[in-house]
Design a protein around this ligand. Structure first.
Ligand code: TYD
Ligand code: MG
Length: 455
């Protein structure tokens, strides 16, 4: 390959540069840039005028396209109520997190409901997949299995033959990184291959009306391109996350052209595959200990669903010049902010302490409403005063040390009441008793600190 015909693409974010670098300037990923053949200069094209586009009014007469529901409730809900015919969905996640397991279960459920379910794998052999299906108790489901990596063969299997794809067909491509279009002059797994193959599969969905599900491995190094580079091409992006040390798995909507993006689906990985978790709060709070300091229960909202989680903090004197700040499941920057507010507005200086913060169960929280629960866990650990066991906490902390209201307080309190909580520390402005819960409405963080110190 001639040197001038190369350009360099970050396999993590897709940014193009004309020289190699150890670190991508666009996304700061290390060692993710690799060279690919540049497409030659585009000649000026004489565009032949074609048939005129039939322009349509926005208000259509046809009813909403029916969704394809799998019956795996958590999956359907995160999709926005089922798969949309003619759409492409990307399921991303770390290798080994359970993407293949989840999709095999979804496909088996679809097949049992009479949909045509085609599962194309480029990673595992038929024997391996059959073995897994047997373990999951799905061996009798009429899923059609194909082992193939060549895009041409996948397309002709799906759209040609005696039974071309239709709107009740769902196709899984596991994984998109193994798919190879022979016409594209690049190795499988590169950005160029990935984009080319995705484009063709998205067109297949639009053309035939089937639903295409692409599996994408999140990769840490730049050997193969990550699913980020095709997010913009598909209709829906879901990420399957979780801590490998925990049995919980969270399916999270990131982008959805046909539904909300803030939904999560909660699964538990068991010996017989993934099982849906109907009451995640109970699961996330299981194993909570009595009367320990440094633990607070946060009443959160994930999507449309309230979710209670335990936040654990450990504040210990540090022997290091720069004390440690270790956070699992929350934002490090946000922790620094809460610590700064505790210091500047409440006179609680943790600057000489190591601080460890952990969201129990491997969940990742992004809501600012968790600020107050995090602060409570920190103060509780520092003062060695436990938070009452039957108390939930929520509220956003402002830089001035005030506690600000958050969305849907009633839903949070209702979920807490359902799980037997009787007290809550909340922002001001709510009515005093809500469904059997006694509220302590705190306008200032300093007031909460004072209560801990008085106890
Ligand atoms: P897999 O679906 O192969 O992950 P991915 O496709 O995302 O790479 O999941 C593999 C992991 O799941 C493996 O570590 C074992 C675990 N597992 C179970 O715990 N129980 C099961 O029933 C199955 C099928 C897998
Ligand atoms: Mg897999």
């Amino acid at each position: 390959m001639a040197r001038e015909a190369m350009h360099f693409i970050c396999q993590a974010c897709g940014a193009v540069s004309n020289k190699w670098a150890g670190k991508c300037d666009a996304c700061n990923a290390w060692n993710s840039i690799s060279g690919e053949a540049a497409e030659g200069p585009q000649p000026v094209l004489e565009i032949k005028r074609g048939r005129r586009v039939k322009l349509l009014p926005l208000a259509g007469s046809e009813a909403d396209a029916p969704r394809i529901q799998s019956g795996v409730g958590e999956f359907d809900r995160v999709c926005g109520g089922g798969l949309v015919p003619g759409s492409a969905l990307l399921v991303g996640g770390d290798p080994g997190i359970g993407k293949s397991t989840l999709l095999l279960q979804v496909m088996a459920a679809l097949a049992r409901r009479g949909c045509r379910a085609i599962y194309i794998s480029g990673e595992e052999s038929a024997a391996q997949i059959r073995l897994r299906a047997q373990r999951l108790g799905l061996a009798d489901a009429p899923v059609q299995l194909g082992i193939e990596t060549r895009l041409g063969s996948i397309l002709s299997t799906v759209e040609g033959g005696g039974a071309p794809a239709a709107s009740n067909t769902v196709i899984v491509i596991d994984s998109i990184q193994t798919v190879m279009a022979e016409v594209i002059d690049a190795a499988p797994g590169t950005v160029t291959q990935l984009r080319g193959a995705t484009q063709e599969l998205v067109r297949l969905a639009k053309r035939t009306g089937c639903a295409v599900i692409l599996v994408g491995h999140v990769t840490k190094d730049g050997q193969i391109a990550g699913p980020r580079v095709i997010e913009h091409m598909v209709d829906t992006v879901l990420y399957f996350e979780g801590d490998r040390g925990h049995q919980f798995r969270i399916l999270r909507g990131v982008k959805n052209r046909f539904g909300p993006t803030d939904e999560i689906g909660v699964f538990e990985m068991t010996g017989a595959g993934l099982s849906e978790v109907e009451n995640p709060s109970a699961l996330f709070l299981a194993g909570r200990q009595d009367n320990v300091s440094g633990s607070a229960v946060f009443a959160g909202i994930e999507g449309t669903r309230p979710l209670l989680v335990e936040i654990q903090a450990l504040v210990a004197p540090s022997s290091l010049g720069t004390p440690r700040r270790a956070v699992v499941g929350w934002d490090t920057g946000r922790l620094a902010m809460v610590l700064a507010v505790l210091d500047a507005r409440c006179g609680l200086t943790l600057g000489a302490c190591d601080v460890y913060l952990n969201v129990a169960g491997g969940l990742r929280i992004t809501e600012p409403a968790a600020d107050l629960a995090v602060a409570a866990a920190l103060i509780s650990s520092f003062t060695n005063v436990p938070v009452a066991r039957d108390c939930v906490i929520f509220g956003e902390i402002s830089l001035s040390g005030e506690i600000r209201p958050v969305s849907q307080p009633e839903a949070r309190l209702k979920e807490a009441a359902k799980l037997g909580f009787t007290r809550a520390i909340t922002p001001p402005g709510l009515s005093a008793h809500q469904g059997g819960i006694t509220l302590t409405q705190t306008p200032l963080l300093a007031a909460m600190v004072a209560e801990f110190e008085a106890a």
